[in-house]
Ligand binder design. Structure first.
Ligand code: GLY
Length: 402
């Protein structure tokens, strides 16, 4: 009798384990649904938009704002097409990705911005990683040279912008362009690029953060003395506020720097930032932050405090990476999963055919400039796809999804 009972229990356990394994390899229903939607939206977007004029966001009048090659967001749409190909296996998306990537060839002449990482690594970088086609390399090589030229040994940072009244402005977003420099340093045998990326990250660690590990948006340096002239915001609510996407760029930037350098200071900084974000008392229950953590009463025209899906997607990427690098990282993997489930719900994920073929709804560009409020944004889509890829790797879900 006892023996028979043991056999039944053993059989039951085996059945459960096979079911769990099957679920892990197939992906949960929400994950499958989101991959199907992504495939549909990207296929239609590729057929609708023109290479070289990539979809960026939706204007209040319902028209689509497009991005020429000089726009900081121009690499995200081709990058999403590449990720769409990896997630779905649809070869038409790879063909479209190639068309939309090659149309950005003139970025090789752009020198007046730090955004070359966003512009080139997301487009040409993914193209080269996925295809191994060396014809993508010359543009990547020139772009990296131009990014490196913006580094000053005096300030110890890469200059972000050439506009405005600042003398040597550096924004927290700049942390995201370092991954490109690390990669280019190894690829083109330029160790000075890696050194510059490390120095930028260390200087930013010293000057951009408050005691609670929230970050300022802009730090302006004196290019002659290298000293900090001021700390302020450009896209946040106020100079002392915690602009949500800025916190996200910092988190993901530092874990990327750790991945590329192995410097434990960068891992520690990413952990501090993650702690600030995930324990913030104003983080909503669905884990999609309002566009600035300090918003109490800055409302849009309809009296709402809009959420920023782009910040959430970047936070999910950072937390998924961080979760694999630290003891107790499961809590951050679980938090990222909550974000991804929210973004994959009808509240944020478009219905196929809607949303001008963007994938996510509800992001914020620059609230106080009345620019891109509660709109789809191409970088929300890009980092959502990047996070889904990381999630699949973590959960051992086989891609492309069949
Ligand atoms: N890098 C510009 C932004 O995050 O809006």
């Amino acid at each position: 009798m006892k023996r028979r009972f043991n056999v039944i229990i053993a059989g039951l356990l085996l059945f459960i384990s096979v079911q769990v394994q099957a679920q892990a390899n197939d992906g949960a229903a929400w994950f499958r649904h989101s991959i199907t939607t992504i495939g549909e939206q990207l296929k239609r977007a590729a057929a609708t938009y023109t290479p070289g004029l990539n979809p960026r966001s939706v204007n209040p009048d319902g028209t689509v704002r497009t991005a020429p090659y000089t726009d900081w967001t121009t690499g995200f749409f081709p990058g999403s097409l590449w990720y769409g190909y990896e997630l779905t296996g649809n070869k038409d998306l790879a063909a479209a990705a190639k068309r939309f990537t090659l149309a950005l060839d003139s970025i090789r002449f752009v020198t007046k911005t730090h955004d070359l990482g966003f512009m080139l690594y997301c487009s040409y970088g993914n193209a080269w990683r996925i295809t191994g086609d060396n014809r993508y390399l010359p543009v990547l090589k020139e772009g990296a040279e131009h990014l490196y030229e913006r580094f000053s040994p005096k300030t110890g940072v890469i200059r972000s912008w050439d506009f405005g009244d600042w003398k040597f402005p550096v924004i927290i977003d700049n942390m995201m362009n370092l991954e490109y420099l690390y990669w280019a340093g190894a690829q083109f045998q330029k160790p000075v690029y890696n050194k510059a990326a490390n120095t930028h990250a260390l200087t930013t660690l010293k000057n951009h953060f408050r005691k609670d590990y929230s970050s300022y948006h802009v730090v302006d340096y004196d290019p002659v003395t290298g000293k900090v002239r001021g700390r302020e915001t450009h896209q946040g609510l106020s100079d002392e506020s915690a602009w949500a996407r800025g916190q996200a760029w910092g988190l993901y930037g530092y874990i990327m720097c750790y991945n590329n350098s192995g410097n434990p200071k960068f891992l520690q900084q990413a952990q501090h930032i993650a702690q600030f974000i995930t324990t913030h008392p104003r983080m909503p229950e669905n884990k999609i932050p309002v566009w600035d953590f300090d918003v109490h009463n800055a409302l849009d025209a309809d009296g709402r405090a809009p959420r920023d899906a782009s910040a959430a997607a970047v936070i999910a990427c950072g937390l998924l990476d961080l979760s694999t690098k630290m003891k107790g990282g499961e809590k951050y993997a679980a938090y990222a999963e909550e974000i991804l489930k929210s973004l994959s719900s009808p509240d944020f994920l478009a219905q196929p055919g809607d949303n001008h073929f963007f994938i996510l709804k509800h992001s914020v560009g620059a609230f106080l400039y009345n620019s891109e409020i509660d709109t789809p944004l191409n970088y929300a889509d890009y980092y959502y796809l990047e996070a889904l890829k990381k999630y699949a790797a973590l959960k051992k879900i086989t891609l492309p999804l069949q």
